[in-house]
Ligand binder design. Structure first.
Ligand SMILES: [Mn+2]
Length: 355
């Protein structure tokens, strides 16, 4: 595996490449062109400029998170053809710049959903949290205003204000899209892009829906092992793989994370590893990466990744906000650096004990 950190780019991220370079063992970043719209072609010039900037800091681009999917593709409207052509063009440009990993998601309307961005934990740190009881009381149209006030001025990925301004329109677009339709549209998209992925050896790594169940009555499909297997089988190509996000699959207590990892051997192209603390089955908050601070056994997760011979990039995921840092919720420097260091420690111990 290669330890990496997510970086949103100069002007969007409070964390600098220089800081990332100083986290022991972190050699790459997972980044994006944060100011592009879903459906837009990423030009080679812009990709090259981003790559040059990262490389000048002594790091490299380990993958892209995300190249977002236009709603027309998820809904399956006739104009999806143009947006898929654009996506293919972006993949080609990434491939020509020697980038071989793309994380994306197929969630309708909302990306990840949380009800709080700054829940205070007993140690005084603040974290993202989710409560089903709170969701059940919120009108989805108010979701954006209810959480954006805690965003520390950051634009949250998937929660861009322009997008949230047309939320009613978005719900209308998706009104006839059920789980079957979403699977069908995902299949159509994957079949169209696989030739360019084969040509440039690009691993597509779908990110799970978070939380891993239906929210606001919207269909969600990338939520458990059966559905992932269905997705991989319907377009059976090694380039059609997954981002194994422990924190997202882990929202559903029925998902046994180490078992899922072992079952997905060969098709996990990217891993997000973080811990959650459950207060009940439908109220959880994000925790420090350390096993004892949350509910997951992080050693078992890392061991499963080791056992399947995982060689892709891995990154600590959402961190707590600690030491008075002001940053995008989940994406400060300090707690993610602690997370990377801890995961590297687990990995070193596993490697040495298995020799
Ligand atoms: Mn994730």
């Amino acid at each position: 595996m290669e330890m990496t950190l997510r970086w949103f780019g100069t002007g969007f991220d409070t964390v600098t490449l220089k800081q990332i370079r100083q986290i022991p063992g972190v050699t790459g970043v997972i980044t994006t062109l944060y100011d592009t719209e879903p459906g837009e072609v990423w030009t080679r010039e812009r990709i090259k400029a981003l790559k040059d900037e990262v490389e000048a800091s002594g790091l490299h681009i380990s993958g892209i998170e995300s190249v977002n999917i236009h709603d027309a593709i998820k809904v399956g409207t006739p104009d999806r053809e143009q947006y898929i052509d654009n996506y293919i063009e972006t993949l080609k440009n990434l491939g020509e710049e020697d980038i071989h990993l793309v994380c994306y998601n197929f969630m309708p309307v909302f990306d990840w959903t949380r009800t709080e961005l700054a829940r205070v934990r007993p140690d005084g740190s603040t974290v993202l949290a989710y409560s089903q009881a709170a969701i059940d009381k919120i009108d989805p149209a108010d979701m954006f205003s209810s959480i954006s006030k805690d965003a520390n001025g950051a634009i949250l990925p998937g929660w861009e204000p322009e997008r949230m301004a047309k939320i009613k329109e978005l719900f209308e677009m998706y009104k006839d899209v059920d789980e079957e339709k979403l699977f069908e549209n995902l299949k159509y998209f994957l079949e169209r892009i696989m030739p360019v992925c084969d040509k440039y050896d690009i691993n597509m790594a779908i990110h799970p829906d978070d939380p891993a169940w239906s929210v606001f009555g919207l269909p969600r499909i990338i939520i458990n092992l059966d559905n992932i297997k269905r997705m991989m089988k319907m377009v059976d190509n090694p380039h059609n793989g997954v981002t194994f996000c422990a924190g997202s699959y882990g929202t559903n207590r029925k998902n046994d994370l180490p078992t899922m990892i072992r079952e997905l051997k060969g098709r996990i192209h990217f891993a997000h590893v973080r811990n959650l603390k459950f207060n009940s089955d439908d109220d959880f908050e994000e925790a420090a990466h350390l096993s004892s601070d949350g509910t997951f056994d992080m050693y078992e997760i890392m061991l499963a990744l080791y056992d399947i011979g995982f060689e892709g990039p891995i990154r600590p995921d959402h961190g707590r906000m600690i030491w008075d840092e002001v940053a995008m919720p989940g994406y400060g420097l300090y707690d993610r650096a602690l997370g990377a260091t801890y995961l590297n420690g687990l990995w070193e111990a596993i490697v040495k004990s298995r020799k």
